[in-house]
Design a protein around this ligand. Structure first.
Ligand SMILES: NC(=O)c1ccc[n+]([C@@H]2O[C@H](COP(=O)([O-])OP(=O)(O)OC[C@H]3O[C@@H](n4cnc5c(N)ncnc54)[C@H](OP(=O)(O)O)[C@@H]3O)[C@@H](O)[C@H]2O)c1
Length: 326
């Protein structure tokens, strides 16, 4: 295990926080980007307690210059960045007709352009050295839009298109810089209690729900794999593959069931604070409020990590059946 130099955006909570903890256990040197100081400082303490090192970088990822400056600060303190993880996100849970123009702009600025600014900051440093890995934290919703999250789904689709373009250009340039997208399933993170919401009832990840440590495990693994993209959990693969074949059926299914499946039975407080423009105070940690409904295991991820063996085993099994039938 080497002492990697890693930057994580959205490191104060949720998936980014779990990923920071995972790299802390590897004793990595980690640049921690988010807006909220409380969560960032807590992440720093966790990494240091595990034997790693951390640099707290409070900033808004929609600010291109701030992101680039932070990359420079990480390199000055720790050395050349090995892995850059774009993960920070915002969303607004709302029917399209009730969305405000500045809400669409804000979600796009953070959830899409934040990834572009992070990628540029990493590429400017990695390309001349001809090494380094960029991880784009994606979603099943990068391929399949759902109701009530139009701004977020559109931003995730944009990240997916950007990812394809970047891969082509790196191949064209014979670059050894790698980029991989990790598409997540529904996760038990704080987002469902702090994103801006116009829903009548409290938001929830569409079950089945996975713990954020599964996402972190996939991200760490992806950073060292040679994959172009990794789907985490069977619901992610099912949504992406299914949508390729029957998108019209998915429209109707989600039109009927996609509202209720995103809400619990508890009424939402229409005046609760949200994180759209500013971070909320306090440390939210990696987990949301769904610990009792979330699983800490993904057999799909385990099999996915061993894909060559799984494919070889399946081929040998089918061959064996054919030979026995003769
Ligand atoms: N949870 C799920 O069900 C799910 C499913 C599929 C994919 N994902 C993906 O997983 C990733 C993380 O999501 P999550 O569920 O962990 O979200 P989360 O719990 O809401 O955490 C979001 C993180 O982003 C940071 N952030 C938000 N706005 C920011 C800004 N303007 N500048 C810098 N940092 C900002 C937040 O910290 P501050 O507020 O302190 O800035 C926080 O650290 C996202 O890319 C998301 O698309 C999640």
């Amino acid at each position: 295990m080497q002492q990697e130099i890693v930057v994580i955006t959205g490191a104060s909570a949720g998936v980014g926080r779990a990923t920071a903890q995972a790299f802390g256990k590897r004793k990595a040197k980690v640049g921690l980007i988010a807006r909220g100081r409380d969560g960032l400082e807590a992440a720093r303490r966790e990494i240091e307690a595990a034997g790693g090192q951390a640099l707290v970088l409070p900033l808004d990822v929609s600010d291109h210059d701030a992101v680039d400056k932070a990359a420079g600060e990480v390199e000055k303190r720790f050395g050349p960045i090995d892995i850059w993880i774009n993960n920070a996100m915002l969303s607004v849970f709302s029917p399209i007709m009730e969305m405000e123009p500045d809400e669409y702009r804000r979600v796009t600025d953070v959830t899409y352009l934040g990834y572009v600014w992070g990628t540029l900051a990493a590429l400017r440093r990695m390309k001349p050295r001809d090494r380094g890995t960029i991880v784009q934290v994606g979603s099943a919703l990068a391929y399949r839009g759902i109701p009530l999250q139009s701004a977020y789904c559109a931003a995730k689709h944009a990240v997916q298109g950007f990812h394809d373009s970047l891969r082509c250009e790196l191949i064209h340039d014979n670059s050894n810089v790698r980029v991989v997208m990790v598409n997540m399933p529904a996760l038990n993170t704080p987002q469902f209690r702090w994103v801006k919401s116009r829903l009548p009832r409290k938001g929830q990840p569409v079950p089945p729900i996975y713990q954020p440590e599964i996402a972190a495990e996939a991200i760490v693994w992806a950073a060292y794999s040679d994959r172009r993209e990794i789907n985490v959990g069977w619901p992610t693969s099912a949504a992406i593959i299914g949508n390729n074949f029957v998108p019209g059926f998915a429209d109707h299914y989600l039109g009927r069931h996609g509202y209720d499946s995103q809400m619990t039975d508890e009424p939402e407080d229409p005046n609760r604070p949200n994180n759209l423009w500013d971070p909320l105070p306090g440390d939210q940690g990696a987990h949301g409020v769904f610990d009792d409904r979330a699983t800490s295991r993904s057999i799909h991820l385990e099999l996915n990590k061993k894909r060559p063996w799984v494919v070889a085993g399946a081929a040998a099994f089918i061959l064996g059946l054919l030979v026995m039938r003769r």
